[in-house]
Design a protein around this ligand. Structure first.
Ligand code: FES
Length: 270
């Protein structure tokens, strides 16, 4: 279910300094960033699918989904994609970085629900936080995680100390070195989606487009988590406008029903 907007009572829309505790490569092209606030964060806890803008000095700000929160520490998973993430990967442990958020609306299952999660590549980033919440809600998650090459996999249970209850994971790779050989969207074809209370996909836009075509037209509880440019994060600048809708990703998203983002996904190459 989509969570209420604006639940946190701290000033979320300005950058605050966080100290880098860890910034390490954990898989091919993929990094784990752990930062710690100088101040207590007791007055907020990030929700699954919230995201934060990370200020990369002298380059840009980049939105990253929260992967996990433990007290004053925030955890992010990111892939090297361009100058922003490459420069972020060079930031040293002990240095400070500006972070703005949490932004967006959270999204989580209701108590005791069962959800199918389809993650492509670094789309796995928000899932550790979702698992943590599922454990608290006695909900169940069946996760399918697809990558191009198996060296992109990493062990989310080990990294985040997640007990192996309440969730299962099927690994899918195009190099056939995993549980299923091929695309994640093909791996879920044999799954009976009707046994789930909802399904959600996170990953490259072309994958989301295919997912919504296959499942979004017949099922209302079919969701995708989108990415777009985020600047102000507070619904003013319009840079995160969802095409042909009245929605803004930074205040209404990043999770939307497939039916809400059909025009936005149409722009994706098939
Ligand atoms: S980022 Fe400015 S309106 Fe969403």
């Amino acid at each position: 279910m989509l969570l209420e907007k604006d639940e946190n009572k701290i000033p979320r829309f300005s950058f605050r300094p966080f100290k880098i505790i860890e910034n390490i490569q954990i898989a091919s092209n993929t990094f784990l960033l752990v930062v710690e606030s100088a101040n207590s964060l007791d007055h907020f806890s990030a929700k699954p699918f919230n995201f934060f803008n990370i200020w990369v000095p002298r380059v840009d700000e980049i939105p990253l989904s929260i992967a996990y929160q433990n007290g004053k520490r925030l955890f992010f998973l990111y892939k090297l994609r361009g100058l922003g993430t490459k420069t972020l990967a060079q930031q040293k442990v002990g240095s400070f970085i500006g972070i703005k958020g949490p932004l967006g609306r959270g999204f989580e299952p209701k108590r005791s629900e069962k959800w199918l999660i389809v993650a492509g590549g670094i789309g796995i980033a928000p899932i550790p936080m979702l698992i943590k919440r599922a454990l608290e809600l006695d909900a169940k998650l069946d996760i399918f995680w697809g990558v191009r090459v198996s060296t992109e996999f990493f062990d989310i249970a080990k990294i985040f100390g997640l007990p192996n209850e309440a969730w299962s994971i099927v690994r899918v790779s195009e190099d056939c070195m995993a549980d299923f050989c091929g695309l994640v969207i093909d791996a879920i074809r044999s799954v009976n989606v009707d046994k789930y209370d909802g399904i959600i996909a996170i990953g490259p836009q072309e994958m989301l487009k295919t997912f919504c075509k296959q499942y979004g037209e017949s099922r209302e509880n079919t969701y995708v988590s989108l990415e777009t440019i985020v600047k102000c994060g507070m619904g003013i600048c319009g840079s995160c406008y969802i095409r042909e809708s009245e929605k803004l990703l930074c205040v209404d998203g990043p999770v939307f029903r497939c039916s809400e983002v059909a025009k936005q996904l149409e722009g994706a190459s098939a």
